[in-house]
Design a protein around this ligand. Structure first.
Ligand SMILES: Cc1cc2nc3c(=O)[nH]c(=O)nc-3n(C[C@H](O)[C@H](O)[C@H](O)COP(=O)(O)OP(=O)(O)OC[C@H]3O[C@@H](n4cnc5c(N)ncnc54)[C@H](O)[C@@H]3O)c2cc1C
Length: 475
């Protein structure tokens, strides 16, 4: 009996305790579904994870894994299954000065990697938001800093993963070992069929961060098209290495002190924020020259202009947390599309206009992140082109608003879908819209690899996005 239900070094948390409920709800989004795993485990070592997976397997339970808890849908919660909370797992960041390879546990946050970068003067592309953990981020592919030049973090940065597979064995996965698992992990997102316990990545010398922001009033008819059209055109003439630009829409009083009420100032603003990684201000100014030359016709629309100026990860992260606060009952939904790059710009801007310009309340934000990354599916499961990542994060606090907010999102993104090639897998929500998260050929290959490594479906997260393929086309 003991062999069938392996004991755990750690005491699992079970329903009915305060600790269980606190840990169950440890998500960025306060809109946590009532889904109750049978047990939550909190491993610190890879051996703990292996024991937990073996236990789940012997009990016939499904397993969900959480690192930073930034999945908007709380995808790691499985009714009557096991939740492996990786927040304490392998928590040291190690650096090998010979190989210049960095290794860390999956719950390492973007903030931790930024601190490490400042200290060691090396850089690995982490996420844009300080509390996003690298576990879920890397599996989604990772839209990290300066990806226009070097692609998603999963592309050339991650060199190896340590993974506990469905049979409870820990393996290494890289281009040389268990290459199929390495391929399927990068872009497999919440569908991945193992527990990532350690991540290894390349680093480069750190540089200095600069930023420049412009804010426009786009409330008047025609101004959204003028400003966004200019931003996208200016970006096309901007070098790809070391310059990231994000466009955001929000109501004028998004940051009003008496948050909680509905927007009074309904002017719609559009910000354009470029972050540059360069060696000097002169270099940053050259890289930003297209964004610095504002056409005359846009000048009357400009409300504010800052920089270029030197900045820090701390300052950038502080701003990000102001835009997307968490921890005070904020309920979120995020939907997004990756646009079909063949669609002309005017048609694209028209289709995404409701998602960006008709925001349902003053807490919500629309984003066009200029990704410009075209992955090669021979290298990894991540396979949809990422020219622009277009998303809206709606945010509210009153549960009575859930229905209205979800309807708004569904309507806006059903419209945007007409110009999409799919969705970044991190935003996939099976209860909302079923969209492509990989190319059909990548998904077929991915499903074959999954079936080989997890024949008993211990990790069921893939089922939601696999359903996009017709049954007869799956294999
Ligand atoms: C405010 C905000 C900002 C964001 N900014 C960015 C951004 O700049 N770039 C970007 O690419 N994404 C961004 N995201 C999306 C984010 O990267 C994904 O949601 C990612 O999955 C979060 O990882 P996590 O570990 O924090 O979340 P979790 O909820 O812990 O993980 C998400 C899913 O990944 C899987 N998973 C997590 N850890 C493991 C593991 N160790 N082993 C196996 N499976 C695991 C699980 O299926 C889990 O359900 C953002 C999200 C938020 C909320």
């Amino acid at each position: 009996m003991a062999a069938q239900n392996p004991p755990l070094a750690l005491e699992p948390l079970r329903r009915g305790t305060v600790e269980y409920e606190e840990l169950r709800k440890r998500f960025f989004n306060a809109r946590v579904p009532p889904t109750e795993p049978a047990e939550i485990v909190h491993p610190t070592t890879t051996a703990d994870v292996a024991a937990a997976v073996k236990r789940a397997k012997s009990l016939g339970w499904k397993v969900g894994v959480r690192s930073g808890g930034h999945s908007f849908t709380c995808s790691s919660l499985i009714q009557n299954g096991m939740l492996i909370d990786a927040s304490r797992l392998n928590r040291t960041i190690e650096y090998d000065p010979k190989t210049r390879i960095l290794s860390f546990g999956p719950a390492t946050l973007a903030r931790d990697l930024a601190e490490w970068s400042d200290k060691l003067k090396r850089f690995f592309p982490f996420g844009h938001f300080p509390s996003v953990a690298v576990g879920g981020f890397a599996l989604a592919g990772g839209q990290g800093w300066f990806m226009r030049g070097w692609g998603c973090t999963s592309d050339s940065w991650i060199t190896k993963l340590e993974v506990v597979m469905a049979d409870g064995q820990a393996i290494n996965a890289s281009k040389d070992e268990n290459e199929d698992v390495f391929w399927a992990a990068r872009g497999g997102g919440h569908g991945f069929f193992g527990v990532v316990t350690k991540i290894y990545g390349n680093t480069i010398p750190a540089r200095t961060i600069f930023d420049m922001a412009r804010v426009f009033d786009v409330s008047q008819p025609g101004s959204y098209e003028k400003v966004l059209g200019w931003a996208l055109a200016a970006n096309n003439r901007t070098p790809k290495y070391g310059v990231d630009t994000a466009v955001a829409t929000f109501y004028a009083d998004k940051e009003a002190a008496d948050a909680g009420r509905e927007a009074r100032d309904k002017r719609l603003f559009m910000s354009m924020d470029s972050i540059v990684y360069a060696d000097s201000m002169a270099e940053a100014e050259t890289l930003l020259s297209e964004f610095r030359n504002l056409p005359e016709e846009l000048q009357p629309l400009e409300m504010a202009h800052v920089g270029p100026k030197e900045t820090t990860w701390d300052e950038i992260f502080h701003y990000q947390e102001k835009v997307n606060p968490s921890g005070n009952g904020e309920r979120y939904q995020c939907d997004s599309i990756l646009n079909d790059p063949e669609i002309p710009r005017e048609k694209l801007m028209e289709a995404i206009k409701p998602a960006l310009c008709s925001l349902p309340n003053f807490r919500s934000v629309g984003v066009v992140f200029i990704a410009e990354y075209y992955p090669d599916e021979r290298d990894q499961a991540l396979s949809l082109p990422q020219q622009y990542y277009i998303s809206t994060m709606t945010c509210w606090t009153d549960p009575a608003e859930d229905g209205r907010m979800r309807k708004w999102m569904y309507d806006a993104y059903s419209r945007a879908e007409s110009v999409a090639c799919g969705q970044y897998i991190a935003d996939f929500d099976a209860t909302h819209r079923i969209t492509k998260v990989m190319s059909d050929s990548a998904l077929r290959k991915w499903l074959r690899i999954r079936a080989k490594w997890d024949p008993r479906e211990i990790f069921p997260g893939y089922k939601s996005f696999a359903s996009i393929l017709q049954d007869d086309a799956k294999l």
